[in-house]
Design a protein around this ligand. Structure first.
Ligand SMILES: [Zn+2]
Ligand SMILES: [Zn+2]
Length: 319
């Protein structure tokens, strides 16, 4: 028969396990609510693009001939660059303002790079900015070349804009397929021969938004081939320009966000199941191996390359 002390301990254990269950349940509910909010943000984001892209097409068509071979390039390039500018302004403001609420959402416990060694940061920042403009100088002629070639495949008119559900489906499908290409491009870049081209991206140990475009031009070029060209060839004429541009904007925002250094409970980058979170990609930067997915963890799970599935000793090989 249990004595009084044992009974007291049993009651205490039950009380604690009850508390644990309750807090696990609350955490689960919060996670579910955050996912729903993220998904609603995703739909609102697509709805805004569904309105903005045709408006932008109308605006450009006022000044350019619809048969102009550079038209798709102009649409896509200006849309992507505007997205980069918006995300850098938004996250740049958060870095400068240091609002306690957002600072609590930092992925890393390490201070921001400009807090530890200002001199080194100034040099690194100059290097990042220079790289950013180099990519843009390379980016412009490359897109002019590639998309001028593919221009006949795009539908430039406003007559065949899909319905909103079809648009959402097309954008999401392209987003997933592009990520498949990016996953393999990224994995390839981590092979010893190609790593010399990817090393530049890994110079940034604690990512910030602008680090997303800190790429060697070979890394950038193979990324473009793995995404835009392959999926565009797969879709052919069945993929309208509006969905193509919107998918590019979504992918750009998402890639900038996973490099932001902040992990928000609800965010665009976390809207779809198995999304790559900033923390997930931070782990890739800090360990330099594993977690190759850019938008989805799905490919890492399928091809067993997630950090949780790779022996820890493997991570010491590249620095
Ligand atoms: Zn990498
Ligand atoms: Zn990265």
């Amino acid at each position: 028969m249990p004595n009084q002390v044992t009974l007291f301990n049993i009651m205490k254990a039950e009380k604690f396990s009850g508390k644990d269950e309750k807090s696990t349940l609350i955490k689960k509910q919060k996670k579910r609510t955050d996912k729903i909010i993220s998904f609603l943000i995703y739909i609102v984001f697509l709805r805004v693009l569904y309105f903005l892209v045709p408006w932008y097409i109308t605006l450009v068509l006022k000044y350019l001939d619809p048969d102009n071979i550079f038209l798709p390039t102009i649409f896509l390039m200006t849309s992507l660059i505007s997205t980069e500018i918006c995300s850098n302004v938004m996250f740049g403001s958060l870095y400068c303002l240091e609002i306690p609420y957002f600072e609590k959402k930092k992925c890393s416990n390490e201070p921001w790079p400009w807090k530890t060694d200002q001199e080194k940061w100034r040099k690194d920042f100059k290097k990042i900015l220079l790289g950013f403009f180099q990519i843009k100088l390379f980016f412009v002629p490359l897109f002019i070349f590639v998309f001028s070639y593919f221009a006949p495949f795009f539908k430039i008119t406003l007559d065949d804009i899909p319905s909103f559900p079809v648009f959402c489906f097309q954008v999401t499908l392209k987003y997933i397929l592009d990520d498949f290409g990016m996953y393999w491009q990224h994995r390839l870049m981590h092979l010893p021969f190609f790593y010399k081209f990817h090393k530049k991206h890994h110079e940034i140990i604690i990512p910030i938004t602008i680090a997303d475009t800190h790429l060697h031009f070979v890394d950038f070029l193979t990324n473009v081939i793995a995404t835009c060209v392959i999926t565009q060839m797969a879709f052919g004429t069945n993929f309208p320009l509006i969905s193509h541009v919107a998918s590019g904007v979504l992918a750009t925002w998402s890639a900038e966000e996973i490099h932001s250094g902040y992990e928000f409970d609800w965010s665009l980058a976390n809207a779809l199941p198995l999304s790559v979170t900033p923390k997930y990609h931070d782990d890739h930067h800090s360990r330099n191996l594993g977690n190759y997915g850019v938008h989805f963890q799905l490919w890492d799970k399928i091809f067993k390359s997630g950090q949780s599935e790779t022996p820890i000793e493997d991570f010491s090989t590249k620095k």
